[in-house]
Design a protein around this ligand. Structure first.
Ligand code: GCB
Length: 609
């Protein structure tokens, strides 16, 4: 069971197991060929009178249909998953064939794999992410379900595997509703599917389920481990950083938990964007050893500033969707794809910060940010109009937030956990988000909490003022505002620098979004119409001048690095299914505004304006 949570009822929302750093454990990667079958009427979960599907309609049945029909030629099997078309997972079904482009519903995947379960060992199936709902069957029996398209989960299958060949079937349902997180309408492509790797992981009977280590504000190294298994209670644990000669050790309590700390060694080099030092860390208990690469740094807010390792920092960032470069992108982020995107920020834009919008990105991305030295904003898809008054929706959001934080608590790059994006103020919404903020602090009090908020526009005697008075600000460490003056508002671009910004709170502000669409290559000399590169470049110049007049501004992540797929964006000439606010096109061509921001960032420090 994972770490502390505010109250006992909430603890039930935590995942049964974390299996932290699952990709660093021994196991079998189930990536590769899987059979797939589309199921628009959800026939595989209910028959035509709503009854449980008979064996011949179960996509998950543990059966060799071909062999069955040889035995009994009159048997009617309308399905045969083993001879269904083959695709490669992880991927979104958009890649399977052209008819799947806008499919929103249930799809089944199946493959067989070899296992050699040994006594005294445990087996888990670990899923990086399945978008949006998943039902998992092993050898014909349901072993678990999961809701939420972007966070990992693990199911124990000890005792459920055969020696030799086994079968796994995943029912993936991408359909969302007003009650899901996110709800139906967003501004990005859903990319339903098994979008991240599936692994069969083997552990000893008692193993390290969760572990973290960090540098505290007081300059000490604090570490924690949670063991799971029959001999967890009272078991010795040890954390080692060989390069620093540091060892912390102790004994797990009756719940299998241990937390300890020690003075940070003098030789410790702190992680920063300029020097992203990572150390090999080993979490050890009995025969179980979990290794990871982890950086150490401190983070705090003082007045209106954000301090990294005790020094003020201006977050020179950009927002990013999880979508690789290319004409037909999906969300299958490989290390090479993550490196290509993040290097464009680090080297091309002279950035030090990335907002991973609007949902938890692949672990590949946060690990790459650790390695390259980019500060990360991580968020959950509590986006626009969520069913804030509905307790079940709150439970889903809390679980998702916990899964995200538990996955990434060891990433030095992550500085901000964001709980929401552009959610209109109301009593139920304030209560919902207050609960999420409290959860973040309980799960990880070493990072800053934020949310992308909306402003109120005040206009008096021709002077425009953007007022930040969202009641949620009182709960946050860092205020964040998405602002589109000059794009969605009719403001003239020349008027932007004179816009004033006001907040009653003494806290740092991040402009978490601003942006304008431009079709790469649409040059419109002189006229600067919307959608031209010149308009976007001028929009950036004027918005940056406005930003420079905000005394409490501590960073920005304009919208967005790359043009991204969005079914909402159907302007027939400029968009064609793409949100064009990228500073680079989908294939990586830099638009004029890229140079404007890169130039600004090359000079921007916490004190320059
Ligand atoms: C926003 C949203 C973002 C959209 C963007 C836009 O405020 O947070 O998801 O894609 O605006 O382009 O309108």
């Amino acid at each position: 069971m994972a770490g502390a949570f505010p109250d006992a009822a909430a603890a039930q929302l935590l995942p049964d197991r974390v299996l932290v750093n699952a990709s660093g454990r021994a196991g079998t990667d189930l990536s590769g060929p899987w059979n797939w079958s589309v199921d628009p009427y959800r026939d595989g979960v209910a028959g035509f009178h709503g009854e449980a599907p008979g064996r011949t309609h179960q996509r998950y049945a543990d059966v060799d249909v071909d062999a069955e029909t040889r035995k009994d030629p009159y048997a009617l099997w309308e399905l045969d998953m083993r001879r269904a078309p083959v695709t490669s997972l992880p991927s979104s079904w958009i890649t399977h064939d052209a008819t799947m482009r806008y499919y929103d519903g249930l799809v089944w995947y199946q493959r067989r794999f070899e296992a050699a379960p040994r006594p005294g060992e445990r087996q888990f199936l670990h899923f990086g992410a399945v978008d949006y709902r998943a039902s998992i069957y092993v050898n014909g029996a349901l072993v678990g379900t999961h809701e939420g398209g972007f966070t990992p989960f693990a199911l124990e299958v000890t005792g459920k595997l055969r020696a030799g060949e086994n079968q796994i079937t995943i029912g993936v349902d991408s359909e969302r509703s007003n009650d899901t997180v996110p709800p139906t309408v967003t501004d990005w492509e859903t990319y339903g599917g098994v979008i991240r790797p599936v692994r069969l992981v083997t552990t000893p009977a008692t193993y390290v389920d969760d572990a973290w280590i960090r540098l505290t504000g007081a300059g000490r190294i604090r570490a924690s481990m949670t063991l799971d298994g029959p001999s967890a209670a009272g078991r010795p644990v040890r954390v080692r950083i060989p390069a620093l000669g540091l060892t912390l050790s102790g004994t797990a309590d009756s719940q299998g938990r241990w937390t300890g700390e020690a003075a940070a060694p003098r030789a410790l080099k702190r992680w920063s964007p300029e020097s992203p030092t990572l150390y090999d860390v080993r979490f050890e208990s009995g025969e179980d050893v979990l290794s990871d690469r982890i950086g150490f740094r401190t983070l705090e807010v003082r007045g209106t500033r954000i301090l990294l390792n005790g020094k003020p920092i201006f977050l020179r960032g950009i927002s990013l969707h999880e979508e690789e470069l290319g004409k037909e992108p999906t969300r299958a982020i490989t290390p090479a794809a993550a490196r290509a995107l993040l290097s464009e920020i680090k080297d091309g834009l002279h950035g030090n910060f990335v907002r991973l919008a609007h949902y938890p990105h692949s672990e590949v991305m946060t690990r790459m940010a650790d390695e390259l030295g980019l500060i990360v904003w991580s968020e959950v898809p509590v986006y626009w109009r969520v069913a804030f008054a509905r307790p079940e929706t709150l439970a889903v959001a809390r679980r998702m937030l916990a899964e995200n934080i538990l996955r990434d608590r060891n990433r030095a790059s992550i500085a901000l956990w964001s709980v929401a994006n552009e959610t209109p103020v109301s009593e139920p919404r304030n209560a919902f988000l207050t609960t999420l903020v409290r959860d973040v602090r309980a799960l990880d009090d070493s990072r800053l909490v934020t949310a992308a908020l909306l402003t109120r526009r005040d206009e008096k005697n021709g002077r425009i003022e953007m007022v930040i008075d969202d009641p949620l600000v009182a709960q946050l460490d860092v205020m964040a505002i998405n602002t589109y003056n000059g794009w969605y508002s009719g403001d003239r671009l020349e008027a932007l620098p004179a816009i004033g910004w006001r907040s009653g709170a003494t806290k740092p502000l991040i402009l978490s979004e601003f942006g304008a669409d431009a079709k790469a290559g649409f040059l419109d000399a002189g006229l600067r119409r919307k959608f031209s590169e010149e308009f976007q470049a001028e929009y950036y110049r004027q918005t940056l001048a406005m930003a420079d007049s905000i005394p409490f501004l501590a960073g920005m992540s304009p919208w967005i690095l790359k043009d991204f797929r969005s079914p909402r964006r159907q302007h027939p000439v400029y968009q064609q299914g793409w949100n064009r606010k990228g500073l680079i096109s989908e294939t990586g061509e830099r638009k004029q505004a890229f140079g404007v921001l890169a130039d600004y960032y090359s000079k921007r420090t916490p004190d320059s304006r």
